[in-house]
Design a protein around this ligand. Structure first.
Ligand SMILES: O=C(O)CCC(=O)C(=O)O
Ligand SMILES: [Fe+2]
Length: 287
């Protein structure tokens, strides 16, 4: 998303983001340029950039209200998956931790279930926001994911559930906390635990065995916007305690324009609903 000549005026990010603290509308001058440099430094040195109070309090209440209104229409997903969200490599020995499957249970809305007129969807579609993410991640080009299901999601973790360890199927992810858990529910990850050709097996195996000593966890109140490289950093959310769900919006980006995810991965994640949509579409194209 290198071109933001499209109208900046009218971009919803201007009304939702706390621009005094986080001057994302002009990243080339003064306070904005300084802020961008800090964010880039954080990504480079830690593998994450955590922006507490990114969304203004009254705007956050509206976004969270939208999420809470939509969530009763969502299904409860039960996804059994390994950390790579792909098929298990048959050459691995039976006790290899890479074979380990975890069950992710969440009330989850896929992108196609979030109406385009919602503030949340409009925020995700904001060119100012996309450009900010691109520049923090130092990419020559970065696009919102084009997958009809994965692009923007709302994930509610009910008390007692957790978000099992995984790598995302797109490269760069932003997680925006809309409603914090009463306790627990911490976003936890191993920054840059793999590259395209190697993985820090020791750190990964340790985390999978339940040892969190090398993982990063930091406090995040509602409204916190956290950038990281989800496709390369093993991550998840610890068990939610207390009485209310933890709700986050997951915004995904990729260097490839028009990036879509394989149907079988989407069916594995989103289950019957998406399987039926794809089957109906395939039936139409083959008649
Ligand atoms: O809820 C979060 O903060 C992270 C969720 C996540 O990793 C995902 O949906 O892929
Ligand atoms: Fe993720």
């Amino acid at each position: 998303m290198t071109d933001i000549n499209n109208s900046i005026q009218g971009d919803i990010a201007l009304g939702l983001v706390d621009l005094n603290r986080y001057p994302i509308a002009d990243l080339d001058n003064g306070a904005g340029a300084e802020f961008l440099a800090e964010c880039q430094h954080s990504i480079e040195t830690h593998g994450w950039c955590n922006l507490d109070g990114f969304i203004r309090a009254n705007a956050l209440a509206e976004l969270n209200g939208e999420a809470n209104n939509l969530l009763p229409t969502a299904e409860v997903l039960h996804v059994k998956r390994n950390i790579y969200q792909g098929a298990i490599d048959p050459s691995l020995s039976d006790d290899d931790p890479r074979r380990k499957e975890f069950t992710h249970i969440a009330v989850q809305l896929a992108d196609d279930q979030i109406p385009v007129e919602t503030r949340l969807k409009r925020l995700y579609h904001s060119n100012i926001l996309t450009e900010f993410v691109r520049r923090v991640q130092k990419k020559t080009q970065l696009y919102r994911c084009a997958d009809e299901f994965q692009a923007l999601n709302i994930v509610a973790l009910q008390p007692e559930s957790w978000h099992a360890w995984h790598y995302d199927t797109t490269e760069c992810t932003v997680t925006l906390l809309l409603q914090a858990a009463d306790e627990g529910g911490e976003f936890t990850f191993l920054p840059n635990s793999r590259t395209d050709d190697a993985e820090d097996r020791e750190a990964v195996d340790r985390l999978l065995a339940g040892d969190m000593s090398q993982a990063q966890t930091f406090s995040r109140g509602a409204g916190t916007f956290t950038l990281f490289r989800g496709g390369y950093s093993l991550h998840g959310v610890t068990r939610v305690g207390g009485n209310r769900p933890r709700i986050s919006a997951i915004l995904t980006y990729d260097e490839q324009p028009g990036r879509v995810i394989d149907d079988d991965i989407n069916v594995r994640i989103y289950g019957k609903r998406v399987e039926n949509i794809l089957a109906a579409r395939n039936a139409k194209t083959t008649t």
